[in-house]
Design a binder for this molecule. Structure first.
Ligand SMILES: Cc1cc2nc3c(=O)[nH]c(=O)nc-3n(C[C@H](O)[C@H](O)[C@H](O)COP(=O)(O)O)c2cc1C
Length: 369
């Protein structure tokens, strides 16, 4: 079975990639709007809401915790940076979250790559050191969740008898993204789900292969998830018209400014995203139904699955064939695109036996004359 997740836009939302575009109609990430997106996803049958971390967004723990009583079944994939919490406190927060939410927490471990962003939070170690710290952090968090007091002495932490009031139930699954060699080793040694940004199949297949070998050498198994935006419509022409409209909203100065940022990035994953198009609006279709246009101006994932419902379902099956069982999707605006995909593509994946049935099902609707 596949797992399909959606993105919670805690940095705000709009009809365009750039909230400054003329027809963007930006939306603040207030509780009422985040609840609308989360409730739509809850109803449509998405598995979890990926919630980012960083200066530009609301805190992921607090924002998602406030949505627990407003949703029924959807999980929250909460991103956070290990360097900002002690591992025992992180274990305690996750354990509490599991009890308060009825087991709806997943965690996304973000080591981070951009020095200016990290410096705002007082993090100054180089990337190798930070990944080493992430590895020790995860070992302690898992120890503290084990139900037995856990002690550890490493280069970054020394803890004695770490534990939580009760072990979390279930133990939250640990997701993780990072494309540098140090990131890959930490993933192989410690995480449950390795995440990649949406690269064309040949680029990403090579990584899956290498990660499987690294994990096997550590005596472990990994699952794989991939992050894309999505524009799915009844016909391909309708979907590409939306992509064209998003492109029109991108002012050339903004494209140029983003390329300057990407050229200076210390993130291997970000560099791979930027190299897909090199800032050239003529080089955006990087694989059938895979469009790199969003990455002209947006950091992080820059690719979208674009096409008819059938085509997008086919592409998902193609990536599943490469080893990806989890898809984390988003679109502009997040509320409307969650419906286009949820009502257009998810039923096709269900018909193919790739997604479980959704509980609510269809309801009779009366129209009154
Ligand atoms: C699906 C996915 C989601 C991510 N979410 C965040 C995030 O919310 N905040 C952030 O600062 N970095 C995020 N990242 C970046 C990575 O976690 C990682 O810290 C960064 O790419 C490190 O660079 P590397 O690729 O050179 O290892 C994400 C990466 C992926 C693949």
């Amino acid at each position: 079975m596949l797992k399909i997740h959606w993105f919670l836009p805690t940095g705000g939302d709009a009809r365009d990639v750039l909230p400054t575009a003329p027809n963007a109609n930006p939306r603040a990430p207030d509780l009422a709007y985040l609840a609308q997106v989360a409730q739509a996803c809850d109803r449509l049958g998405y598995d979890a809401m990926l919630t980012p971390c960083g200066t530009g967004c609301e805190d992921a723990w607090l924002a998602t915790a406030s949505l627990i009583p407003l949703t029924r079944r959807i999980k929250f994939l909460v991103a956070f940076r290990p360097a900002l919490l002690t591992p025992t406190l992180a274990a305690q927060m996750a354990s509490t979250y599991q009890r308060l939410s009825g087991g709806r927490l997943l965690v996304n471990i973000v080591t981070g790559a951009e020095p200016a962003e990290l410096a705002r939070f007082g993090i100054h170690d180089d990337k190798e050191t930070r990944y080493e710290q992430t590895g020790e952090f995860l070992e302690i968090v898992r120890g503290a969740w084990s139900g037995e007091p856990f002690s550890f002495t490493g280069r970054h932490y020394e803890v004695t008898d770490a534990t939580t009031r009760e072990p979390p139930d279930p133990v939250p699954e640990v997701y993780f993204g990072g494309a540098s060699p140090a990131a890959e080793q930490v993933a192989a040694d410690h995480v449950d789900v390795y995440l990649a940004w949406g690269e064309p199949p040949d680029m990403v297949a090579e990584r899956v292969e290498r990660m499987r070998k690294l994990a096997a050498a550590a005596g472990r198994d990994l699952r794989f998830g991939i992050r894309f935006h999505v524009i799915a419509r009844p016909t391909a022409a309708e979907a590409w018209a939306v992509a064209d409209r998003l492109l029109e909203g991108m002012d050339p100065d903004a494209i140029e400014a983003a390329q300057r940022d990407f050229a200076a990035t210390q993130s291997v994953g970000q560099r791979r995203m930027a190299e897909l198009h090199g800032g050239d609006p003529e080089r955006l279709t990087v694989h059938p139904n895979v469009w790199a246009g969003i990455g002209l101006v947006r950091g992080g994932v820059g690719t979208a699955l674009v096409g008819s419902y059938e085509e997008v379902a086919d592409r998902i099956v193609e990536y599943q064939g490469l080893g990806f069982d989890e898809f984390i999707l988003s679109g502009y605006p997040h509320l409307e695109e969650a419906y286009w995909f949820g009502e257009g593509v998810m039923p096709r994946l269900r018909q193919r036996g790739l997604l479980p049935d959704v509980e609510s099902g269809s309801a009779p609707v009366f129209s009154f004359r």
